[in-house]
Design a binder for this molecule. Structure first.
Ligand code: SF4
Ligand code: SF4
Length: 354
């Protein structure tokens, strides 16, 4: 029977021979230098991971240079991590130093292992996405510049993972990062009847809204603004539902997410700062707010405590105190459709005029 030519290849075909030989037999892993991990197999063989931080948006020339390095030092094998690190898998220890020298020459920093700041994951934002509030790669670059030193240290309380998304769709591990910057639309879309009637399928458009805020009106549609959560989903299916509003769009900061099961269960990030201006090209307000949260965590967290673990231990009220972030009504989870997170008690008090 003919095999279907679809889907990804079997990943095991891509593994370096040393990993294929020792699959499932790795006995230990340890960091032997900044950005270098030694893996020891039960067979006695050793493999070294050299981790370099890289931009997520890179040129063809950059990719070719990276592949040349992999050919030269790793028999053509390398791996990109989900946080856009490049991991060179080196089978001979003596190749580590010349590889690091070449990476330095190319401007690719070696680090990000252990309890350090990882390279930032981000969505394409303005570069490539119609829904974006902001330039996610630009914010990631400004944040990298501000926190660069922590990429080379592994003495932080725990891993520090940061993510940036251009809108509420949260492409890029936003929900499970220690700190997340998210672009926020803050007004319902404007309905352009002419485009909607000529280019959009009304039933699909109505069905695209997760909160049932859209209903047919004549040959076009109308939006119930009270139900709209500004997600931009309708704009994805119909260009006549423009959600961009440079005057009111902004950024928000979320904290405490993580994907790992280590020590405590995985957690979703939660709102810390509901609005900051979208201020390219360097977003000073966002950089200051993020570094402020990082510094509070560095100062107060115990060894092994991710951002969310630290906040849960000291309490969210104390987190707001320590970071100086004002607590507002925007922090109250009033989304009644979410049974697990809907707050049904008055565990803390809120006032508009403290
Ligand atoms: S998070 Fe929003 S802006 Fe970014 S890629 Fe996804 S849909 Fe586009
Ligand atoms: S922005 Fe989202 S919630 Fe608002 S009308 Fe469009 S799909 Fe519905």
């Amino acid at each position: 029977m003919a095999k279907a030519n679809i889907g990804p290849m079997n990943y095991q075909l891509m593994l370096p021979p040393i990993i294929q030989r020792n699959y499932g037999k790795w006995k230990s892993h340890r960091i032997i230098d900044t950005g270098v991990i030694e893996h020891v197999s039960e067979s006695g063989e050793c493999l070294y991971t050299v981790r370099a931080g890289a931009a997520k948006i890179i040129s063809v020339h950059g990719v070719r240079d990276i592949c040349d390095l992999a050919d030269k030092f790793c028999d053509g094998h390398l791996k990109f991590t989900s946080r856009t690190n490049i991991e060179f898998l080196v089978a001979q220890k003596e190749k580590i130093a010349p590889l690091k020298a070449e990476l330095k020459r190319m401007g690719l920093p070696v680090g990000g292992t252990g309890y350090s700041f990882k390279t930032i994951i981000h969505c394409p934002g303005w570069l490539h996405c119609h829904t974006a509030v902001t330039d996610s790669p630009g914010i990631a670059k400004a944040l990298h510049d501000a926190l660069y030193e922590y990429f080379f240290r592994d003495d932080l309380p725990a891993k520090l993972k940061i993510a940036v998304a251009g809108c509420l769709n949260m492409c890029g591990a936003i929900h499970c990062s220690d700190i997340a910057v998210i672009g926020m639309h803050r007004r319902p879309p404007t309905v352009n009847d002419d485009i909607v009637t000529k280019s959009c399928e009304i039933p699909t458009l109505v069905a695209s809204c997760p909160t049932a805020a859209i209903r047919p009106k004549g040959k076009s549609v109308e939006i119930n603004p009270d139900r709209c959560m500004y997600c931009g989903n309708c704009f994805t299916v119909c260009p006549g539902m423009d959600i961009h509003d440079p005057e009111h769009d902004g950024l928000s900061i979320w904290v405490g997410g993580k994907a790992t099961n280590a020590r405590t269960p995985p957690a979703f990030s939660r709102l810390a700062i509901p609005y900051l201006p979208n201020n390219p090209p360097r977003w000073p307000e966002t950089i200051e707010a993020t570094t402020n949260i990082v510094h509070a965590w560095l100062k107060g967290a115990k060894q092994g405590e991710r951002m969310g673990d630290w906040i849960e231990r000291i309490g969210w009220e104390r987190f707001f105190e320590l970071t100086g972030i004002p607590f507002t009504n925007k922090h109250i989870d009033d989304f009644i459709f979410s049974v697990p997170t809907f707050r049904t008690t008055t565990q803390f008090h809120y006032t508009d005029n403290p």
